[in-house]
Design a protein around this ligand. Structure first.
Ligand code: F6R
Length: 634
């Protein structure tokens, strides 16, 4: 999704802007641009496609400007062409604006400005902003505003006219010592250096420069000058906010020798699960000592006390983690749970049930739909009697993100930053979050015996080394198998049941998003009700067949597919391999595991299979076409 950078200080701005944009590349984009102020004029350079196109153009036109803004664009209004790339300038080319978000009432403003003689060069919603600022600035002198306050005041008047969710960075050639940054429901952070200040859509991109960061809040307008940062609200009142220090290591955002970030992140999963276990599992809890404290140090009381119902809101891969969460919360903790796509829930919320916990799951912490769904849930329950009021919990790896700001509590999954657009380690970590939540609730509600809780925890403790086993023993075989599907296969079907149905969904999503092979997932028992008509010898079927309550059922459903000539690939346990070998043409094996925790293992070979198919096809694994890591528009 669109990314914003800004710099004001003593160094050459363009280099800093470009390296900031490079750190935003992972979010997905189709064009880019920068604008600086040099010798009293705006110098704006844009290019379609990858950042190296922009860099090439800039290298022909190096300039020493010390103030500038930049942008990576993910097209919403208007095609990914250079004329639609940001920054956008006003008609007189004195003001440059970059925007992430959508201005819903842009057409009305555009018509109004056109009637005053303004001309537009692009099809974007953003271009109305510099022109509206220019129009407002015309009256600044008449308003008797001192010079230093004029740009800020004009931006303030302008943003009060805009409807939608947006973040902005603005420079003006007539005010060459200030950047104005605005946040209204789209993320924007400010970095504090020594006599220099940065802004960026993603705090992680600030890490090479500074760890002192301030995530703006909705309705904040920041004025960055070489002397410091002032924050105002949309009404023009000055407000105080204080930066905090990030404890992240910039090395986390490097590839560390792996060919792709996605592969690196797949290999980080054992460490992620270990960190989760060390953080949340109480080592002193033993079932046979009748402990009077929870096995999980999750500290979610009181928002999880007396629950009658849980509703989970998420999108994409996070929605798949939510489906595993539902299974656990119902089967382990015994609490009725619903899962909705956040984008659907926003416009068709469920009837209000008392004592409901609402959980938002997100790896970016910024997904516009998920945030809006949670906010609308808070709003519609506000003012009702206490048992109906919203209790919001976020499950995320981004403790500094917008979702963390709007929820009452978070489960920080400690997965760290994920750069590959296809979610891998964050999915596993979100799933771990649901194990912890359901074990805590199961203990506090005595929904299952303590001995069973201990058994599940023991199983979870083995997960990191079991993932390592899969990565150590299966990688070559999976890569070899991937060759069979890299050239001619156009469709894949994934099937699974029970707690492994979401793994079928996630396996299919991983494959389609990075290899562009069409893939669908079905509950194995549903195949015969329609999708089986799709099968022939050209459509491979991946069956997630983990031993347990539905194993035989999945095998029978897989046999039905085999009878239609489909090539069958089974994900099953190594001990089962001989027997399962009669059914499957190929097998992706994982270590022996309790069915209840098997999804954390069964997903690993599917991530690897998708990765290798895409890598063999020579595709851009980390930045698949049309996708964005942080989906900040509706
Ligand atoms: C797929 C993927 C997406 C995201 C979805 C929601 O690999 O990453 O499907 O899961 O866009 O994003 P978050 O989790 O940031 O809310």
């Amino acid at each position: 999704m669109c990314g914003i950078v800004g710099y004001i200080g003593t160094q050459a701005a363009t280099d800093i802007l470009i390296s900031g944009l490079e750190r935003l590349e992972y979010r997905g984009y189709d064009s880019a641009g920068v604008a600086t102020i040099l010798e009293g004029n705006i110098n704006c350079i844009k290019a379609k496609g990858k950042l190296y196109n922009l860099r090439e153009k800039i290298e022909r036109d190096v300039n020493p400007a010390q103030i500038g803004i930049g942008h990576t664009r993910w097209a919403t209004h208007g095609k990914p062409e250079e004329r639609n790339a940001h920054p956008h300038l006003d008609m007189e080319k004195r003001i440059a604006v970059v925007q992430n978000g959508i201005i819903e009432n842009y057409q009305q403003i555009r018509d109004e400005l056109k009637s005053k003689g303004y001309e537009f060069r692009s099809e974007t919603d953003t271009e109305v902003i510099p022109n509206l600022i220019a129009e407002v600035l015309k009256t600044a002198e008449e308003d008797f505003l001192p010079r230093y306050a004029r740009l800020l005041a004009a931006v303030q008047k302008t943003v009060n006219r805009l409807k939608g969710a947006f973040a902005l960075a603005i420079i003006c050639a007539d005010y060459p010592e200030e950047i104005i940054a605005v946040r209204q429901q789209a993320p924007l952070a400010i970095g504090f250096g020594q006599g220099e200040f940065f802004c960026n859509s993603d705090v992680t991109a600030l890490l090479p420069h500074t760890r002192a960061v301030l995530s703006l809040e909705n309705g904040d307008i920041a004025k960055l000058t070489p002397l410091g940062v002032e924050i105002y609200n949309f009404a023009g009142d000055r407000i105080s906010r204080f930066p905090r220090t990030l404890d992240w290591n910039p090395v986390q955002t490097e590839k560390q020798g792996f060919r792709h970030y996605m592969l690196k992140e797949i290999y980080e999963q054992p460490a992620v699960v270990r960190t989760c276990l060390d953080t949340y599992i109480n080592p002193n809890w033993h079932a046979d000592e009748n402990p009077d404290f929870s096995p999980v140090n999750i500290g979610l009381s009181p928002i999880t006390d007396d629950l009658e119902h849980i509703q989970i809101l998420a999108c994409g891969t996070s929605w798949h983690a939510a489906l595993i969460g539902k299974y656990l919360l119902e089967q382990v903790a015994g609490i009725p749970t619903t899962v909705d796509y956040a984008s659907e829930f926003r416009y068709s919320p469920k009837p209000i049930i008392p004592n409901t916990l609402t959980i938002g799951v997100t790896q970016s912490g910024e997904t516009a739909d998920t945030i809006a769904a949670l906010e609308s849930e808070r709003a519609r329950r506000a003012g009702l009697e206490p048992k109906f009021q919203a209790k919001l919990l976020a499950i995320t790896n981004r403790a500094e993100s917008s979702i963390a700001q709007i929820c009452d509590r978070i489960i920080d999954t400690h997965a760290g930053i994920e750069i590959g657009v296809a979610a891998t380690k964050t999915f596993v970590a979100q799933t771990m979050g649901f194990y912890f939540l359901s074990l805590d609730l199961a203990y506090r509600r005595q929904a299952i015996p303590n001995s069973r809780i201990e058994e599940i925890i023991e199983g979870l403790r083995h997960i990191p080394s079991q993932i390592e086993t899969i990565l150590d023993t299966q990688a070559d075989a999976i890569e070899e198998l991937a060759h069979d599907f890299a050239t001619e296969t156009e469709d894949f079907i994934f099937i699974g049941r029970g707690i492994n149905f979401p793994i079928a969904l996630e396996g299919a999503l991983k494959l389609k998003e990075i290899s562009y092979i069409h893939a669908e997932a079905y509950p194995a028992g549903e195949m015969k009700h329609g999708p089986i008509a799709l099968l022939d010898n050209k459509v491979p079927v991946v069956a997630v067949a983990m031993p347990g309550s539905v194993y035989e059922k999945v095998i029978s459903n897989a046999q039905e597919a085999k009878a239609r000539d489909a090539r069958l690939i089974g994900v099953t346990t190594a001990m089962n391999a001989t027997e399962a070998g009669h059914t499957f043409d190929d097998m992706l094996t994982v270590p022996e595991v309790d069915e209840l925790i098997s999804p954390i293992l069964s997903i690993i070979p599917l991530q690897m299979l998708s990765y290798h198919i895409a890598a063999i096809k020579g595709l851009d694994v980390d930045q698949p076409r049309n996708l964005a890591k942080s989906v900040t528009v509706e």
